[in-house]
Design a protein around this ligand. Structure first.
Ligand code: P61
Length: 457
């Protein structure tokens, strides 16, 4: 087996800025120990997110120049619509400025008090948009997905018996849609199998509930199916993706992930009346239906990105480079979610810092240490992002405390990743010196974006 190389060469580069440890200690303090509040210019390697951070191709940049900025009926819209239809097969394609705009429109229409939305695991914006309407967001992740140390092929799967029990309990009339997030971002970027999608679909059909995919990372999910699920080895990824979408009645998509663009998204469906309602709301909140919240040039870049993302040389490189970081961290003893997911490595903060309890935010502690020691920006996915309070003000923690190292697409080379490995390993070696944190400011929703912290002694 030969070395798997980046299937591109680099035409344009962007310098990154080096800082000293002393400078970073000051900078993270000014940022209230919240990496979201750092200036990106003060970050050396930015693994905060794989969302909107991709390097676009020369063809995407050419598309940007070629974009048609007509208010209505832009040719770029029709190219975008064709590209989305080719992969998803849905009848109605509605452009939005990003994933959460699709969620906001969809749940404003189908959500509301008394309604329930089941998902394998809602991502935070999805949960926030469901709950904002007064509906309830419920997660039904398969058991293996809840155990970071267990290695299994499809840890993003939905727990189908639990889903069915829930539908019977709450009443199918109160469940306007069921969702599956591919790959399962909050659960470690773990894929969902075709068989699981089919089984969920069967339950949905049985109770007359539409199935929606949260399709941000559909191509990575399709590649995992090709590699891991029996019967798919010889199928092109495009066909696997088409089959995945064929079981769904609609999808929300942040094109900032698997469409390789810096901004964009869509909402797609087969139900005509729902599409009419969504478009009417789109006009109020985003824009005319042939541009949504986007410029014509953005639609061109999405259309081109959707062609490039299903390239199997790209996907092989993508999944292997994430796995490379995961394998080396595991070998150094760093506890991570096994096996590595598609877009990110998730450090298991509970095992990394067993002496710092969830209410002292162990994930935040690791994220701050990675910045201080190496200028690396990561994100906590645990009690800071998903924590809630009970009626007595006591923290209710999610099942896992994680730190995500998300890998932007086509941006960093192997030596950047080797540097990340050195820093994480060093922080792990010195983990006994890490401290817990307390929150000194928080917003009522999505608090992790703006919360401020103090280091505890
Ligand atoms: C991310 F810290 N994800 O993973 P939008 N569904 C799914 C997503 O992963 C997702 C969206 C919907 C981000 C960006 C992000 O608190 C955070 O285009 C599975 O970002 O609106 C986004 O898509 C929403 C990072 C979002 C965060 C919220 O990094």
């Amino acid at each position: 087996m030969k070395t798997i190389i980046e299937p591109f060469r680099i035409k344009s580069v962007e310098p990154i800025r080096f800082t000293t440890r002393e400078e970073r200690l000051k900078l993270i303090e000014i940022a209230g120990y919240n990496p979201f509040l750092l200036h990106a210019d003060d970050v050396l390697i930015d693994l905060l997110t794989d969302s909107g951070t991709s390097a676009m191709s020369s063809k995407q940049w050419a598309g940007i120049m070629d974009g048609d900025e007509s208010y209505a009926g832009s040719k770029s819209f029709y190219r975008f619509e064709d590209a989305v239809k080719k992969i998803t097969g849905f009848s109605y394609i509605i452009p939005t400025h990003q994933g959460r705009a699709s969620e906001k429109i969809l749940f404003s229409i189908i959500g509301g008090p008394g309604k329930y939305i089941p998902n394998n695991t809602h991502f935070d914006t999805t949960r926030a948009n469901v709950e904002f309407t007064g509906a309830v967001a419920e997660d039904f992740l398969t058991e293996t997905g809840k155990h970071p140390e267990i290695r299994a092929d499809f840890k993003g799967n939905m727990d189908v018996p639990a889903l069915e029990k829930f539908i019977i309990e709450k009443g199918k009339e109160n469940i306007p849609a069921c969702m599956i997030t591919i790959t399962n971002n909050s659960g470690g970027g773990q894929p969902v199998s075709m068989q699981n999608i089919r089984e969920v679909k069967d339950v949905c059909v049985k109770y007359g509930i539409p199935l929606f995919l949260d399709a941000c990372r559909f191509a990575e999910n399709a590649y995992f199916i090709k590699k891991r699920e029996k019967g798919y080895q010889d199928k092109p990824v495009l066909e696997i993706a088409q089959e995945m979408f064929s079981y769904a009645d609609g999808a929300t998509m942040s094109a900032k992930k698997d469409a390789l663009v810096n901004i964009g998204g869509f909402l797609a469906m087969n139900d005509e009346q729902l599409a009419v309602n969504c478009r009417n709301l789109l006009i109020v909140t985003e824009g005319f239906p042939t541009y949504g919240g986007l410029a014509g040039r953005d639609l061109e870049a999405v259309a081109q990105g959707l062609e490039e993302i299903v390239d199997e040389h790209y996907l092989q490189y993508r999944i292997r480079s994430t796995e490379y970081l995961g394998e080396k961290l595991s070998a150094a003893g760093v506890p991570i979610i096994e096996p590595p997911g598609g877009h990110a490595i998730y450090i298991d903060a509970k095992r990394f810092l067993p002496d710092i309890p969830p209410d002292k935010y162990p994930g935040q502690s690791i994220a701050c240490a990675l910045y201080i020691e190496g200028g690396i920006r990561s994100v906590e996915i645990g009690s800071v992002m998903f924590g809630k309070y009970d009626s007595k003000g006591k923290l209710i923690s999610p099942p896992m405390e994680l730190v995500r190292l998300a890998i932007p697409r086509r941006v960093y080379t192997q030596s950047h990743i080797d540097y990340v490995l050195e820093i994480v390993t060093e922080v792990y070696r010195n983990r006994s010196s890490l401290k817990g944190y307390r929150i000194v400011y928080e917003a009522p929703v999505l608090r992790h974006f703006t919360a401020r912290f103090e280091m505890m002694e």
